[in-house]
Design a protein around this ligand. Structure first.
Ligand code: GDP
Ligand code: MN
Length: 339
């Protein structure tokens, strides 16, 4: 189920663009939003901010995905905000359900225990479906097949600064694969056996481990244990061909086969992050310093004054999460400055 607006004509694009005297070539890229019909207000708010701060000048398309059909009202209220193409997609059941071979009794026991110990979303099966979908399936959706780059956007996020330079083109021109704005520690209780599962994979597939990878960012003892640092995946600008490639495909299948998305509550953030840290060179991972961004309680505000001024940012630099005790950004800096 999909419908779409006509794409921006090149004329419209020129009139509305900073690139009025040049022909600007967009990257092969799209925004991706996974949302429920009940997320309408938050979706409008995120899109409105993104259009104002960035996309009204560029005209990148959107793909909105849902495990239930979007209502006509939802499509109407969203489409009116966007002059570029918008497509609404339905997620196939096979990409959004607990596999039959998962032992439901064990899975239910784990959920119950996580509820008892107040683990966020600990009792939710739909949250687990969401994490598994974002880990291993979104980039296989038919509406995303023609795209290489994506920017993941959630409902109710904020974009604080003008984004004058095209992040997709930046990624492309600088051989980047994965881009982030915030990095944090994962909740231990959700990933009890994730690292041992990763370690098994590494032992069986040393050929996938990149030279000059970022293991030193996610492990303080050369891979013995995971320090729980991960890129916060509610914001991602990345190359879907990385997820579609041989290394990640084998990695996801290995993780999925252990059932940890349901027996525990593995998140797509640590799964993506560990893969990026191991299968990419560290210089293929990019921190978007200039993108002011807020998700729930934590946000990133550009710290260099010239950057903050150029972006006409509406955030306080003092409130930026970067050097909060819960942030992994100090570790990232230290790692990137090391040999
Ligand atoms: P958090 O960021 O980890 O707190 O989780 P969220 O509740 O924000 O969910 C992450 C993303 O998945 C958001 O884009 C949600 O809109 C989306 N999402 C979560 N659960 C569902 C669901 O059951 N159906 C759909 N269609 N989207 C969901
Ligand atoms: Mn969220």
């Amino acid at each position: 189920s999909s419908s779409s607006n006509p794409p921006l004509s090149s004329l419209q694009q020129c009139q509305s663009s900073d690139y009025s005297n040049t022909s600007y070539e967009l990257a092969n890229a799209t925004f991706v939003m996974l949302i429920r019909n009940s997320d309408l207000d938050g979706t409008i708010s995120s899109i409105r901010a993104l259009e104002d701060r960035f996309n009204s000048k560029f005209g990148y398309p959107y793909v909105l995905l849902n495990n239930e059909p979007f209502t006509d009202e939802f499509k109407r209220r969203v489409s009116v905000l966007i002059r570029s193409e918008v497509q609404f997609g339905l997620i196939p059941k096979e990409h959004w359900s607990q596999p039959d071979w998962i032992d439901e009794e064990n899975a239910a026991k784990a959920r119950k225990q996580m509820v008892a110990t107040n683990v966020k979303y600990g009792g939710s099966v739909s949250y687990r479906n969401m994490c598994r979908f974002n880990s291993g399936f979104f980039y296989r959706h038919e509406l995303l097949q023609k795209y290489k780059w994506y920017w993941r956007v959630e409902p109710n996020v904020k974009f604080y600064c003008d984004i004058n330079d095209d992040p997709f083109r930046y990624m492309e021109e600088n051989q980047k694969v994965y881009g982030f704005t915030i990095t944090v520690y994962e909740i231990s209780a959700t990933i009890r056996s994730l690292w041992s599962t990763v370690t098994d994979f590494i032992e069986n597939h040393p050929e996938y481990i990149a030279t000059d990878n970022a293991m030193g960012f996610i492990s303080d003892n050369n891979g013995k244990t995971y320090n729980r640092c991960h890129f916060w995946s509610n914001f991602e600008i990345a190359d879907m061909d990385f997820w579609r490639g041989e290394a990640y495909t084998a990695f996801f299948e290995h993780l999925d086969s252990k059932g940890g998305f349901y027996y525990e509550r593995w998140g797509d953030a640590p799964v993506h992050s560990i893969a990026a840290a191991l299968f990419l060179r560290r210089d293929q991972v990019h921190f978007f310093a200039e993108i002011g961004y807020q998700h729930d309680d934590w946000g990133h505000c550009p710290l260099p004054d010239d950057m903050w001024e150029k972006g006409r940012c509406s955030c306080s630099q003092k409130g930026s999460f970067d050097y909060d005790p819960s942030s992994c950004k100090p570790r990232w800096d230290k790692f990137m400055n090391s040999q």
